[in-house]
Design a protein around this ligand. Structure first.
Ligand code: GDP
Length: 295
């Protein structure tokens, strides 16, 4: 399970804190040092870890905590609240269009889980009573179009494709098709690359201009830790994303991406992928994730 190591480290630090009964400033300082190390080991961005610990410390050394009957419990509560805040506070929904359809552009590096998550979101929306349309704009790999068709039929969601055409034109026509056929969500799967390159970004920018999307969701693989955060930062700078889909949280990701993405990019994680099945998608809840990390 993801975050196992981080959870263990934090729980050991808090166990020591609890065993002390009444706390003084140096007890808190020592615990915070352990928290910081645990975060760094979990591949959390250096500055994010530093700021996080500073925030918790500032709140924890106040009289209210030190003088309370259960000071360790209060420190843990503060950590929980700050972890939640770090990941964005509350859940964040998809943006609403001024008139339908909502257009969600999926982007990300190859292998991050883009195509799978476009289909997962389509299924989730369909189950909520919406009428999504999937759009195949990863035109460079015939297998990608076919993969989307297979996933679309598993989800019971139509797929708009024009083979290896121009992705900008395909996106535009897909939106028109959605309007004509009453689809209230258009989910566009785009090409990925092994690394960020100018051609990929240019194409995404042109699709963005042509459509324009209500959401640009960047799909990142949680297993890649801080690299996922670097990718998010670059995509955001070039494309102004509206949110992140964090995938493969069912694996043994260390947690760095989940904890740093929001602070580094200013954009929330909107969804989390927790498995290979189409139903393995969750709305991302920062508070639940914080509680899960704290065990
Ligand atoms: P794309 O190249 O970004 O479109 O990536 P794909 O959607 O093709 O996914 C790449 C691989 O990751 C596939 O084998 C997926 O089954 C797998 N995958 C995607 N999302 C998840 C997830 O949340 N958990 C797990 N375990 N595997 C996933």
């Amino acid at each position: 399970m993801a975050f196992e190591n981080l959870s263990e480290k934090l729980s050991a630090a808090f166990k020591r804190l609890r065993s002390k009964g009444k706390l003084n400033e140096s007890d808190v300082k020592e615990a915070m040092r352990e928290v910081r190390l645990a975060l760094l080991e979990a591949d959390v961005n250096y500055k994010v870890a530093k700021d996080f610990v500073a925030k918790v410390s500032e709140r924890a050394v106040g009289n209210e905590v030190m003088e309370s009957l259960t000071p360790a419990q209060m420190v843990i509560k503060i950590v929980n609240e700050e972890l939640t805040a770090l990941m964005g506070g509350g859940e964040t929904r998809l943006n609403s269009p001024s008139s339908p359809p909502a257009v969600v552009l999926f982007c990300g590096l190859q292998g991050s889980g883009k195509t799978t998550h476009a289909a997962k979101l389509a299924l989730m929306l369909k189950n909520q009573g919406h009428r999504p349309l999937l759009v195949a704009c990863d035109v460079y790999r015939p297998a990608a179009i076919q993969q989307l068709q297979v996933l679309g039929s598993q989800a019971g969601v139509p797929v708009f494709e024009q083979g290896a055409g121009d992705p900008v034109k395909i996106s535009r026509e897909a939106v028109k098709h959605a309007k004509d056929y009453g689809n209230d969500f258009v989910l566009i799967d785009t090409a990925g690359r092994l690394q960020i390159d100018e051609a990929l970004m240019d194409e995404l920018r042109r699709i963005k201009e042509a459509v324009p999307p209500t959401d640009i969701l960047l799909v990142v693989d949680a297993m890649t830790g801080q690299e996922a955060v670097n990718v998010a930062k670059s995509f955001h700078e070039l494309l102004d994303i509206t949110g992140v889909v964090l995938t493969k949280l069912d694996g043994d990701a260390r947690g760095g991406a989940a904890l740093s993405v929001r602070a580094v990019t200013g954009r929330p994680i909107k969804f989390a992928g927790i498995g290979e099945k189409l139903s393995d998608l969750e709305v991302f809840h920062p508070d639940r994730m914080a509680s899960r990390i704290l065990g």
